[in-house]
Design a protein around this ligand. Sequence first.
Ligand code: PMP
Ligand code: GLU
Length: 382
Amino acid sequence: MNLDLAARTSRVEPSATVAISNLASELEAEGVDVVDLSVGEPDFPTPENVVEAGKAAIDAGHTGYTPSTGIPALKEAIVEKLDADGLDHTTDEIIVTPGGKQALYEVFQTAVDDGDEVVLLDPAWVSYEAMAKLAGGSLARVDTAQYDFALEPALDELAEAVSDDTQLLVVNSPANPTGAVYSEAALEGVRDLAVEHDVLVISDEIYKEITYGVEPISLGALDGMGDRTVTLNGFSKAYSMTGWRLGYFAGPQELVSEAGKLHSHSVTCATNFVQHAGVEALRNTDEAVAEMRDAFAERREMLLDLFDDHGLDVPAPDGAFYMMLPVDEDDQSWCEAVIEEAHVATVPGSAFGTPGYARISYAAAEDRLREAVSRLAENEFI
Ligand code: PMP
Ligand code: GLU
């Protein structure tokens, strides 16, 4: 049959982060010892009390559909978390989704029409570009690499990119893939532009619990941003719950209500017992989150020292669990050679819009990180 498929998916490539991680798994299945620093996935088990809450919810029979936008107990816990971050939302301004990715997808589909302009801060996480394109949007990109990934020095360039034609601006702080945490002055600059040009902003705060000595700020808490910010979060990173698939977004009532139609016609609701585990994650995991953060902090220090020993100048990340290594301009070939010859999996910066870098995730055990650096050195990649 001549399949005449929709043009929509032909506009995008498969997720590079997921594809490289799949390749690493394939090599491992063939018996190759790969140090996989590609995918951003905490290497810790989900905190035990969260696992127990999930099991208890299954035992208690929470296995049917839930209200489409989420169970009241979880939405109330989310309202309290947002309130602690200075964000004022009611439960009807929230949709609980199977993962943060689905939340983003719903927001893009609801906010962006064919030809609408979406502004990204590069390097930007791979799926923003794909989601903008799937919604028919066109992209304007502002590069922060020249400023060691800080946003404040790039505000002039951002001012050139944002205009009255801009529909949506995506801000991700702490950022994937750079680990940058944007300063208050930088976010105020974003606010001023968003207000001046009447732009909707997504604030992706999925790494907000993972910072090193700096206080992350919620963009929606700044004056003038409350009614134009969609705040997005998920449970994958902070609570090491990648496979549970749980996330949410909170935003202006009108947008949330429109997105609710898409949500109800696609996923219906997030998994029932997973939402119950999510309540426990939000309410009782301070210690577990702090332990994981401390472990990431140690690994970050260790890696920065090791790279420094090898004369590699790596911008120090203030959050998340990624670093961007400066590599050959042809970063794709560099990453391919590194996985083939050194058996270390990394993601090329060009997948994030910024060639000349490779992203590593240090959500991996310390000995594996050491092993990765020595393999890179032995094979003369650094
Ligand atoms: N936003 C960012 C910046 C991410 O890195 C990820 C990673 N997967 C997500 C959203 C979505 O994560 P998840 O779907 O696992 O909640
Ligand atoms: N966000 C993580 C990453 O960038 C997980 C994979 C993905 O969803 O892209 O590696």
